[in-house]
Design a protein around this ligand. Structure first.
Ligand SMILES: [Zn+2]
Length: 1012
């Protein structure tokens, strides 16, 4: 699943800061999937229903547990044995896994819950009782698009694992009209139902039988039900689009993580894999799709048609999918005969907007087959482009669904960044056909296993498609590593493997920690294992667990085995548990040892921005926070650099001998930034490194140049280094001709700017930045010709660099840059011909709107309505938020929320972008608080949207007053428990603290800076 469909192009935002610079998150949207909400991640869960029920539940459980304590003691052993067997049979471990204390605790708790209630009231447990196991579903649905309802009948064959009278399975919002249970024994017959009822708190439907079902026997349940095709983005939902002036409707599913139960009664946990046969009946004016191809199709006389789809392989419920629409498609076929179709609005198909994604999908299927040495499992793969979706995309097996902006590429107008973002979403979803669909995490606590891999392979797969983009060595650093280390440096972060008990926890695990930290850890692992061994381990893992489930220890074991085969004995579980079960990451400090020659002292500690957190919460930062760190190291000077050595750092402080060092020799750690940690040095070493950058930067690898910049800014922000060091390091930028270090620098500068942009002395900072940027800006100028596809690859880095520099120049107020943008806008308006190159359109539009009068805003607003190209629409909408006219911003906010002029999912981006505009901040912050009830009810359940919104409107707050406003608001809105609010408070606290402690020091240096 790809988070976050609505990624606006971050850079735009920057432009809003033309006069008064602003927020630091902007850069992070660079790559789409909302890098923007780097602080943000998971959901604000809707507390009303679930938490209340959970409380009730806990009381009941407690009372109940006491009353049957004796029974528990007697039965615990027997039941846990049978539970284990079930778990083992359902492929490996359930819920808990492996050797770590935490996971075995989690398993124990899981077992004891079940034990205490099994046979009594199993529906009160948060998880399904492990007494039954589904094998096959026959699902027939009739879909009524005229009134958006559907009726269905499901036949589930299941096996009894432990004797029970109860069938407990999930339903939500379904009206169950009839239930029949059959025993399969020789005298097949209907079993008498004692009673049946819905237990809302756990979204389960319970059928109590008169007599027990017996182990190892199979049974069948037949349930008839009815429900709505919802107007929200979960379960089986509807959306619409305009075609030739007419509104058309479609209905599609989104079941991950827990919404299959909204469409049919099922055992809706990933471990309960089964096969499925789906039949869809609908009016013949529509077509229908599902995971598998249509096997037979029958037509009724009344103009209705029924499609019977082939049986699926064993799979989890949340990957089942179907759609009813009247789209058209383009088709392609792999060498192995897998049919790939891209379905979209007829006009989009006709204009060729789907061709690019179709083309790369074909290549990617082949790439992954070769890489994993495991064939794609299904006969076909459909990609469905829908106008509305809660995520960028969802990897349903054989029927992956994408929001239009992440799969349609208008052949005439697109920018690099749009193309790259879209490419990566496709690469991500195709990877999931293996990591997710074929091998599924046992339980949601290890969701990072699939998301981390898909996120990591975004870069590997894109490198396959476009080798010159060099994604894994370059963009991975800024877009994943730097990004997630910001988030994971908060004391309120959490371990990547999180315990998940309650329904509300499930939403929470889909956050940037799972996606990006997962990817960063996998990259670190791949690097220290070596690529061939890593690949071999993956193959073994997939082959062993295909069509089943796996937990992280299953993967670690395969990796350990792969290492052993090449003669390296490393216990991967032991190493990786430190990284997956502990919060955060270390900062490694390397310093020359004064008393021993050629020796360095290396120490590690948990990196946090708010060092007070360690004092406030000592138990969280006790001595157990230690990592096993594969530290790569080089020593060098202006003429020579040593070979890379790897040191495993396991203790708090260690001494190591390195190559020959003299007074001019610098040390450099974490080569190519393959490790998930920061590196600090003694000040003398920092000076040597800065000197090296000034005289000959290329002697240090480009990834490390970007890494040094990111580390230095963040170490200073957390108080590990004096504030002048980051400012000194960027003065080498005029020597820098590569995109990546510039990109790392601009990300850091925008962050800093957010803390400073409302201070009196702000111009000291912006002038200093412009001084570093302007020589490059004038040297590179503006792009004059658009690149075509063949030119694209080679030019990628230089074009991105040019764009980055233009953006910095315009954002921090370079007059030439402003004039250029205004003249390009004027040309468009007067000629009504848009000759602005796609790569800089967002910059020009935004700068134009911010500098020019109201007519320009109206012009862009009009173009927003008339444009049909999704990428263009997106940047036009963003540009509208760049205005300095509060009245217009207010109008935009109101129109977004209360009319259908702005698509639902874009509303949040509008609010966030208004917040990024320094002149719109107070407006957005106030608007957010006033409209919270509406926003929360509309987006509360859409996993990331709410938290993205919360971080988007609060991250720039940096005064004591604003901090108090935030705290007050959280109290009144009852959001105190929500992780997004906890994070918001910590970020704002850190902002306030930085200003108190360091702002003066920072400006003092700037006042004295050479030419500053
Ligand atoms: Zn994903």
């Amino acid at each position: 699943m790809e988070k976050e469909c609505f990624a606006f192009n971050l850079k735009l935002v920057l432009m809003q800061r033309t006069f008064v610079p602003m927020g630091f998150e902007d850069m992070n949207m660079r790559n789409g999937r909302a890098l923007s909400d780097q602080w943000a991640d998971s959901v604000v869960v809707r507390p009303r229903t679930t938490e209340q029920h959970v409380k009730v539940h806990k009381r009941l459980v407690l009372g109940f547990a006491i009353s049957i304590l004796t029974l528990i003691i007697v039965t615990v052993i027997a039941l846990s044995v049978s539970f284990e067997r079930c778990a083992a049979e359902s492929s490996g471990t359930l819920a808990g896994n492996g050797s770590s204390n935490k996971s075995s605790q989690s398993r124990d708790r899981s077992i004891s819950h079940r034990v205490s209630e099994d046979g009594q009231q199993p529906w009160r447990h948060l998880r399904l009782p492990a007494t039954l196991r589904p094998r096959h579903y026959d699902l027939r649905l009739s879909v009524y698009m005229d009134n958006f309802t559907f009726s269905g009948e499901v036949n589930i064959e299941f096996e009894c694992v432990n004797s029970t009278k109860f069938i407990v399975l999930h339903t939500d919002r379904l009206e169950v009209t009839k239930v029949l249970v059959y025993s399969d024994s020789k005298k097949t017959g209907v079993m008498r139902i004692h009673r049946r009822f819905y237990h809302q708190p756990n979204q389960v439907y319970v059928i109590a039988l008169h007599r027990e079902m017996k182990p190892l026997r199979t049974y069948k349940i037949n349930i008839t039900f009815e429900a709505q095709i919802e107007n929200e983005l979960l379960g089986f939902f509807r959306s619409s689009y305009m075609l030739y002036g007419e509104r058309r409707y479609l209905a599609v599913t989104q079941f991950s993580p827990t919404h299959a139960r909204k469409a049919f009664p099922c055992f809706d946990e990933p471990i309960y894999k089964a096969t499925f046969r789906v039949s869809l009946r609908h009016e013949s004016s529509y077509q229908s799709l599902s995971n598998m191809p249509v096997e037979t199709s029958t037509s009724d006389e009344d103009g209705w048609v029924t499609n019977h789809f082939s049986r699926t392989p064993r799979m989890s419920t949340y990957y089942l999918a179907w759609a009813v629409c009247n789209f058209t498609y383009r088709e392609s076929k792999t060498d192995n005969g897998v049919v790939i179709r891209l379905y979209a609005r007829p006009d989009a198909i006709q204009s060729g907007s789907g061709d690019y994604a179709l083309h790369i999908t074909k290549r990617l299927l082949q790439f992954y087959q070769d890489y994993f040495k495991v064939k794609y499992s299904l006969p076909k793969l459909d990609l469905l482009a829908v106008p509305k979706h809660p995520y960028a995309a969802m990897e349903n097996w054989g029927l992956s669904v994408f929001v239009e902006q992440k799969i349609l590429l208008d052949p005439d107008v697109f920018s690099f960044s749009y193309q790259m973002e879209l490419t990566m979403v496709v690469v991500h979803e195709i990877c999931h056909q293996w990591f997710g669909d074929l091998v599924t995490p046992v339980w949601w606590e290890d969701v990072w296993l699939k998301e981390g891999f898909a996120n990591f392979f975004e870069y590997i797969g894109t490198d396959f498609l476009f080798p010159k983009w060099n994604m894994e060595n370059q963009r991975f650093l800024t877009d994943v590593l730097h990004e997630v280390m910001l988030l994971d440096g908060l004391a309120s972060s959490h371990p990547i493997s999180q315990e998940v008990y309650e329904a509300t926890d499930i939403d929470r695990v889909f956050d940037w920690i799972a996606y990006k930290k997962g990817a960063a850890l996998i990259r670190m692992l791949a690097n220290f294992m070596g690529q061939p061994v890593f690949q071999r381990g993956l193959n073994d893992y997939l082959m062993t667990h295909m069509y089943g489930n796996a937990a992280r220890d299953d993967l670690w074991n395969k990796f350990s085995e792969a290492m052993q085969r090449v003669g390296k004995v490393i216990n991967i579980t032991e190493v990786m548990d430190r990284w997956t079960l502990q919060t955060g990451y270390p900062v490694v400090t390397i310093s020359k040892n004064d008393s021993l020659v050629n020796t360095v002292t290396i120490s590690q500690e948990h990196f946090v921005y708010d060092t007070d957190a360690k004092i406030r919460n000592p138990q969280l930062f006790n001595k157990s926070f230690q990592w096993q760190i594969p530290l790569t190291l080089k020593v060098g000077n202006s003429s020579h650099v040593s070979r890379e050595t790897t040191i495993w750092v396991c203790n708090r402080t260690e001494m190591h001998r390195v190559g020959h060092m003299d007074g001019e020799t610098w040390l450099l750690g974490n080569i190519n930034q393959t490790g998930y940690f920061r590196v600090n040095y003694d000040l003398y070493n920092w000076r040597l490194l800065i000197q090296q950058l000034m005289t000959n930067p290329t002697i240090i690898y480009v990834g490390n140049r970007a890494g040094l910049i990111d580390d230095v800014f963040n170490l200073a922000r957390a108080g590990y280094l004096p504030q002048n060091i980051p400012l000194q390091i960027i003065s080498y930028l005029s020597q820098e001709s590569e995109f990546l270090p510039w990109h790392a620098a601009s990300r850091s500068l925008y962050q800093l700017d957010k803390l400073l942009d409302r201070t009196e002395d702000h111009s000291l900072f912006s002038d200093y930045v412009l001084k570093q940027v302007s020589p490059k800006y004038h040297k590179m100028g503006w792009p004059t010709t658009s690149s075509d596809g063949s030119f694209m690859q080679a030019a990628y880095h230089s074009q991105e660099l040019q764009r980055e520099v233009i953006m910095l120049a315009c954002s921090f107020g370079n007059k030439h840059c402003h004039r250029q943008a205004v003249s390009l806008m004027s040309d468009w308006i007067s000629s009504n011909k848009n000759r602005i190159l796609p790569n800089v359109r967002d910059i020009v539009y935004c700068t134009g709107v911010s500098l020019m009068d109201e007519d320009v805003w109206e012009f862009i607003w009009m173009k927003f309505h008339s444009s049909t190209a999704v990428s263009e629409k997106k940047i036009l909408l963003e540009a509208l938020t760049c205005s300095d006219n509060i009245y217009l911003l207010n109008r935009l906010l109101n129109l977004s929320l209360s009319s259908d002029m702005v698509p639902d999912q874009d509303v949040i981006d509008v609010i966030i972008h208004v917040a990024r505009n320094p002149l719109g901040r107070h407006l957005a912050w106030r608007y957010f608080r006033e409209k919270w009830d509406i926003l929360n009810s509309r987006y509360g359940e859409a996993l990331f949207l709410n938290s993205k919104l919360i971080s988007g409107v609060t991250e720039f707050l940096n005064t004591e007053t604003e901090l108090n406003e935030l705290k007050d608001f959280i109290l009144t809105c009852g959001g105190a428990a929500a992780p997004a609010f906890a994070r918001a408070v910590e970020i704002v606290q850190a902002n306030v603290k930085w200003r108190t402690l360091f702002e003066q020091q920072f400006y003092q240096w700037l006042r004295k800076a050479p030419g500053g």
